[in-house]
Design a protein around this ligand. Sequence first.
Ligand SMILES: Cc1ncc(COP(=O)(O)O)c(C=O)c1O
Length: 308
Amino acid sequence: MTQQDVHHSTHAAEIDARNDSLKIYVNGDIVPREKAVVSVYDSGFMLGDGIWEGIRLYNGRWAFVDEHLDRLFGAAKAIDLDLGLDRAGLLQALDDTARANGMTGNVHARLMVTRGIKVKPFQDPRLSQSGPTIVIIMEHSTPSSALVETGIRLHTVPVVRGLPMSQDPKLNSHSKLNCILAGIHAQKAGADEALMLDPHGFVNTTNGCNFFIVREGEVWTSTGDYCMNGITRKKVIQLCRDEGIPVFEKNFSLTQTYDADEAFITGTFGAQTPVSDIDGRSIGSGRIGPMTQKIRTLYQDLITRHTA
Ligand SMILES: Cc1ncc(COP(=O)(O)O)c(C=O)c1O
């Protein structure tokens, strides 16, 4: 599978040949992509036992990095993992990797931390005795402009968001099987991404991004229960409040969603990506709508100010 084959997904980026020769951070070393490997005994590989953050670099500065690091350290505490580096150490690792790749902007970093190498291939976390494995993959990354034009297609799937007492959906865990299964279901139905419901049947989120609708000038998103506490989601809500755009975190149904004027999804990678149709129903005009466009512009301005 090449980059072209997945051109119509929420994380579709313009093809960039420089990504074939990246340098990748692995536990303090910055090595060529083909030499960037982890052990088959690594608990991340073996069990999905780790956490991660997706962070973007604009104008030589990491956008909302404090919030990303807050979320990472919060997740580390939740899974009882000592990251082995403090905030300054992680920032240094991000900056060193960017410098090694000559990167200053249009860059997406995936910072991953696992519980590290196990002495035996079993689940018990005490078997991970090497200390954590930290990897940073940093790519040249310009989100596909075609996606903003055409929007993405969603399909509602039977895989629901979990309750917080099973695997809290707020944890940015390596094990994303729930989301992956949702995505597979949507793709088999001919869509790009899955629309996921909460355990009560209210519309919640997609498998990889947060979800918003626009109805009669109001912006709605789920209550925030059962979905990732997305940083982009939070920024969109705050921007709406600052601009006097009515915004609500509330329960809403699929019926209200099909009939929305606009729908869009949010994430660090694509910012705000319009949704063209859901379950074969065209949303609004099927193209990016005025509110989505306005919020995209407000968010771009925020990034410009924040990374100036
Ligand atoms: C399931 C899920 N939803 C939403 C998001 C978007 O979060 P953010 O806006 O912080 O990138 C992510 C990204 O990590 C995610 O994995």
